[in-house]
Design a protein around this ligand. Structure first.
Ligand code: ATP
Ligand code: MG
Length: 398
């Protein structure tokens, strides 16, 4: 197929929740995200709304596959229709172009069915929609006897739209679905270097939620490389959700204090509680409406139902855990599809592995945990304040 013939894309998006005033917000957020996605590829594009639809027009040479790849990262898009558009140079010329179009775009025609779906938006055009359907249908049957007509369930639906110019399209490349980022507030993702949390961020962003992130590192127990890995993961997720404000919090002193003063089998769970507390603090300061983690029930000791209860207890913001019911393999499959897997499996240690106990509690008791946390009373407020004061903000984008 000659992909150079396409100079425009019609963007299809779900109609649910796109009524009234919401429609305009939805479309504007969608166009903003499309522009963001296209900025990272070669070529100049115009993203605009016309006749209540969203179009992407190429204003320069561009790589078709790259453009489709970028559009596939934009939540809210359900279908991407590559379009050929032509000046109106009369019906005979249009016939020639359509014959040519079908030959190039649908080279495998044997035994396939089609239907012509013409729409005359410009009422001054000399032929009515039904006439165009009949004439072009006949023409294609003559030119390509291997094709058959099926008006109910055609393999090829050939759209011809007569507007100022004439649009021809027949393919719908599936988009990612979801809702445009920016239509549903903002959440704070606890992003570690693992497989699960980038997937969790992706899934929440897919519902239209803008994502900020927080990463806890513990130098020198965790390396600069481990931090770079998290920055890279944030960059990969930002391909879908737009720029991410990544808050890097130095967790070393808090971790050491817990290590020194609390039972070792409770280290992870107590650490997790302080991570959530700090994350929530930053979330509130940055107008996030919830926290997001990559937790999945039973995956490790700190993610049993009992552990999740204890972790959750420190938060008042809702905590969203989109991986909660997934098996590891299901999470891996998503991470492969969205392109974060290869980075996630790079071997740099994360801040938990250093301090992991041999036999962490799997059924922590909230009262006991709280009692042991009192061992930190003298130091913890100062340490938390220091951690917040020294946070590093990195703005990450694809
Ligand atoms: P992941 O694959 O996302 O790292 P995991 O299976 O390693 O998850 P845990 O280490 O138990 O699981 O972490 C559970 C969740 O806690 C993570 O998904 C993440 O949201 C959060 N988390 C863990 N460690 C950190 C960290 N160092 N910084 C920020 N968030 C973290
Ligand atoms: Mg982890």
């Amino acid at each position: 197929m000659n992909k150079n013939m396409f100079t425009s894309f019609l963007i299809k998006y779900g109609e649910i929740g796109v009524k009234g005033k919401n429609r305009y917000l939805f479309e504007n957020a969608l166009m903003a995200q499309i522009r963001y996605a296209l900025k990272r590829i070669e070529g100049e594009f115009r993203v605009h709304k016309a006749e209540g639809r969203v179009y992407v027009d190429a204003l320069s040479e561009f790589d078709f596959d790259e453009a489709v790849g970028a559009l596939k990262c934009v939540f809210g898009i359900t279908g991407i229709c590559p379009m050929m558009f032509r000046e109106d140079e009369g019906f005979d010329k249009l016939k020639e172009e359509i014959v040519d179009y079908v030959r190039k775009v649908h080279p495998d025609r044997e035994g396939r069915t089609f239907k012509v779906n013409a729409k005359r938006a410009r009422k001054s055009y000399p032929l009515e929609s039904m006439e165009i359907n009949a004439l072009i249908g006949e023409l294609l049957l003559e030119e390509y006897p291997e094709l058959k007509v099926d008006v109910h369930n055609p393999d090829i639906m050939l759209y011809i739209e007569i507007r100022e110019k004439i649009y021809i399209y027949s393919q719908i490349i599936p988009g990612p679905g979801g809702m445009p980022v920016g239509t549903n507030g903002k959440a704070m993702l606890l992003l570690s270097g693992g497989i699960d949390s980038p997937v969790a961020g992706y899934m929440i962003a897919k519902r239209g939620v803008k994502i900020d992130a927080v990463y806890f590192h513990a130098p020198p127990y965790t390396s600069e490389r481990a931090k770079e890995k998290v920055v890279e993961l944030a960059r990969e997720v930002s391909a879908y959700c737009g720029p991410i404000y990544l808050h890097v919090v130095n967790f070393t002193d808090i971790q050491l204090a817990i290590y020194e003063k609390c039972p070792h089998d409770e280290l992870t769970i107590i650490m997790r509680r302080y991570m959530m507390k700090i994350a929530e603090h930053i979330a509130r300061e940055t107008e996030c409406l919830g926290l997001v983690t990559g937790e999945s029930i039973g995956q490790v000791a700190s993610q049993t139902m009992a552990s999740l209860l204890v972790t959750n207890e420190v938060c008042t913001l809702p905590v969203f855990r989109p991986c909660i019911g997934m098996d590891k393999q299901e999470i891996i499959t998503i991470s492969e599809n969205i392109g974060t897997y290869e980075t996630s499996i790079l071997p740099y240690e994360d801040c938990c592995t250093i301090f992991v106990a041999k036999h962490p509690v799997t059924k922590p008791n909230l009262d006991i945990i709280k009692r042991h946390e009192h061992n930190l009373d003298e130091v913890i407020d100062g340490l938390m304040e220091e951690a917040l004061k020294t946070e590093e903000l990195i703005i990450v984008h694809k």
